[in-house]
Ligand binder design. Structure first.
Ligand code: ADP
Length: 415
């Protein structure tokens, strides 16, 4: 019993850590071996393939304190977010609920069957027992890629085939890691292009062996400035994205909708070349509307949309910035009569660095991050970003704020 209790204590820490929201795989493995080791001492017959409640049902007498403790442990092991299979001489002895589901395993029906039968690839059984730190296995379920981390926690006594097989689902983790790798590769690529041009121009400028034509000289200096600005925009956008993703929640307060639109129109007018008109469109009913939002963030979202509208609308053209009400929602929109976007690109536009035409985006000073920023800001305000567009005719980007996040200013006439 003393051994049992000490093993139980070994198991307590990771189990409770998991209950509180996080535990390492190894922690779980230790917990599993310890708890299963303890259970196997005398009670496996009774409890091996059942939940704790079922175990109790087998006994007519009222559960003892020890049984209650066992019940709790079995329930915890059962609910573990990793698959645990207790193995004896290579055969299935016990499996928790996750293992039963993932491996389509029924410990009662499959008791004693070789555990390798239940793995996606039987060769993993040999591989996992040989590997000291575990192995990562990729396979497909219903056409979907799945990544598992498998670890064999053999028992020090008994045969080589006695122990616990521990499996963790690493699919999401691998996906996030792949995204992070792609992101770093994208950022490096985005920085490398302006840096290469910048260094090339600087090298020519610093060439002392032959005098530079004044025109070429000023072109090169302008080139350096453009590339420097491009890198600065990229770094600013990256910092803003990082802040939106991991920073403080938005500082919300009541913001006047007219002011947001006026400010966006000013930005548009300042950016627009000749031949591009910028117009505000606000119905009288929304003249005193207020939005519960972070004013800086919404202004930044509108700024990005307006800057896109200007960059993707060759003159002569029109940009309309406005607000409207639809089904109780407040809609802020930026519409243009520009180049438009083919339908197949629309669902991917808010991905970081996704561009329909990379060269055109870069040439106009785009970073490929503007709409990702807008989407983040929309999410932080429980707003929806909707995009409608027709190739060659123009686009409309709208932020839809749900009922309850906007109001008519107190004292103003109702809508
Ligand atoms: P970028 O800095 O490249 O403009 P964004 O994230 O702001 O990056 O936009 C992603 C892509 O969406 C752009 O590269 C462009 O292809 C397309 N796009 C965005 N806004 C418009 C618009 N108003 N008209 C046409 N295409 C647009």
């Amino acid at each position: 019993m003393v051994k049992g209790i000490s093993l139980l204590l070994v198991a307590v820490a990771p189990l409770f850590a998991w209950l509180q929201g996080g535990v390492t795989g190894l922690g779980w493995g230790v917990a599993a071996v310890a708890a299963l080791g303890w259970l196997s001492a005398s009670r496996r017959q009774r409890l091996s393939d059942r939940s704790a409640a079922a175990g109790r049902a087998l006994s007519n007498s009222a559960p003892t304190k020890e049984q209650q403790q066992l019940d709790r442990w079995l329930r915890l092991l059962d609910a573990a977010p990793v698959a645990l299979v207790e193995v004896q001489r290579g055969g299935v002895l016990w499996a928790n609920a996750t293992a039963r589901q993932w491996l389509a395993l029924d410990p009662q029906r499959h008791a004693g069957r070789p555990v390798l039968w239940f793995l996606p690839y039987p060769s993993w059984w040999e591989e996992v027992r040989k590997s000291r730190d575990g192995m990562t296995g990729a396979w497909q379920r219903d056409g979907e890629p799945i990544v598992w981390r498998l670890r064999w926690l053999g028992q020090s006594s008994g045969s080589d085939d006695d122990g616990v097989l521990w499996i963790e689902d690493w699919t999401e983790r691998q996906r996030v890691e792949a995204m992070r790798r792609d992101f770093v590769a994208n950022v490096s690529h985005e920085l490398r292009t302006p840096l290469t041009v910048l260094i090339g121009a600087l090298e020519t400028l610093s060439e002392r062996d032959f005098p530079l034509d004044p025109q070429l000289r000023s072109d090169l200096i302008a080139q350096c400035e453009r590339q420097g600005q491009q890198m600065l925009r990229l770094v600013r956008d990256l910092l803003q994205l990082a802040e939106l993703e991991g920073g403080a929640p938005p500082a919300k307060g009541w913001v006047t909708v007219v002011e947001l639109i006026d400010e966006a129109c000013e930005v548009g007018a300042a950016l627009a070349p000749e031949g591009l008109t910028v117009t505000a469109e606000l119905p009288e009913s929304l003249a005193s509307a207020e939005l519960y939002a972070d004013a800086t963030e919404i202004a930044s979202a509108l700024h990005n949309l307006v800057s896109n509208a200007v960059r993707y609308t060759p003159p002569p053209g029109e940009i309309t910035i406005g607000a409207t009400e639809r089904d109780g929602r407040l809609v802020l929109f930026v519409a243009d009569t520009g180049i438009g976007i083919a339908e197949e690109h629309i669902p991917r536009l808010t991905e970081r660095f996704y561009r329909v035409d990379r060269a055109r985006s870069r040439a106009s000073g785009g970073t490929g991050l503007g709409l990702a920023i807008v989407r983040h800001i929309a999410d932080r305000h429980e707003a929806l970003l909707s995009i409608t567009s027709a190739l060659g005719k123009g686009s409309r980007f709208a932020l839809e704020f749900r009922e309850g996040t906007w109001r008519q200013r107190a004292g103003a006439r109702g809508r």
